[in-house]
Ligand binder design. Structure first.
Ligand code: MF3
Ligand code: CO
Ligand code: CO
Length: 268
């Protein structure tokens, strides 16, 4: 068997593994449900991290982010011009901010990964528009999925929508396969490229879609001091939403969604 076929075969989850991924996604989504009510003006990103740590430990699970490649906290909190990988700290969320909270849990060895952008108090029209665009791009990408489709279905849908609204799509950070590993194949770029036209999303594969949509330029600037925080190069806003998806024989199943979360069509 070709090495490539072997790699792909390992990504195809059977019934039991799918159930474990469903359980991991469900717990992660319940954690997000728990957090949502706290994410208001006056909370610090460190306090959000504390809530993540306590809720996860109280339920006997683990935060995947803490110590991952040396990341120092248990979730990512990315405010305004921060695209992703913001580090929770003693920084208060104030009226008009947008903040992405990205949480990843390990439940019995399997991963659930999702994020939402929250509008703090009253946001500007620009903040609302970029948040809405990121949310709609995620759902348009999910709707574009069919069993065995190629990965570029995702990027095609996202780029068309983002550009039609005058926004740009980040390229340096992408979605990913996940399972017993946090990040594994397939790579899920949010723009079409040559590789994404060749890679199929087969029933049994689990992966994230997590478009980062920028108000201005798509170009990024990683923070040299902390080694993690990624900002827009022009300092304009960026928003992101993420779900963990299982491709089934009947189409995509969102594993990180509960009744309480914002659903397809939600208006911010
Ligand atoms: N949760 C992020 C993702 O969606 C990854 C965070 S890695 C960290 O893939 F090290 F920054 F935490
Ligand atoms: Co994530
Ligand atoms: Co992810």
């Amino acid at each position: 068997m070709l090495q490539k076929e072997k790699t792909i075969r390992k990504l195809l989850l059977g019934h039991d593994a799918r159930q474990r991924m469903r359980a991991a996604g469900r717990f992660n989504a319940q954690l997000m449900d728990y957090l949502r009510g706290f994410i208001k003006p006056g909370i610090t990103t460190q306090e959000i991290d504390d809530l993540v740590v306590k809720y996860t430990a109280d339920h006997g699970h683990t935060c995947a982010t803490l110590g991952y490649l040396g990341f120092p906290k248990s979730c990512c909190t990315s405010i305004n011009e921060v695209i992703c990988h913001g580090i929770p700290k003693n920084e208060t969320l104030v009226d008009g901010d947008i903040v992405n909270v990205d949480i990843t849990s390990i439940v019995d060895g399997w991963h659930g990964d999702q994020s939402e952008t929250f509008i703090i108090g009253e946001a500007s029209d620009a903040a609302r528009a970029v948040t809405q665009a990121a949310f709609d791009c995620l759902y348009l990408a999910i709707e574009a999925l069919t069993p065995g489709c190629t990965v570029n279905a995702i990027g095609d849908a996202i780029v068309a929508e983002a550009h039609s609204r005058g926004f740009s799509v980040v390229r340096e950070y992408v979605g990913h396969g996940l399972g017993q590993a946090f990040h594994q194949p397939p790579n899920i770029p949010h723009f079409p490229d040559r590789k994404s036209r060749q890679q199929r999303l087969l029933p049994g594969m689990c992966f994230t879609i997590e478009p980062m949509i920028n108000e201005g330029t798509r170009f990024t600037r990683p923070d040299k001091r902390d080694g993690w925080t990624v900002r827009t190069r022009d300092g304009k806003l960026s928003a992101q939403f993420e779900h963990t998806i299982l491709m089934t024989e009947d189409g995509p199943e969102i594993l990180t969604l509960t009744e309480l979360g914002p659903k397809r069509g939600h208006q911010f």
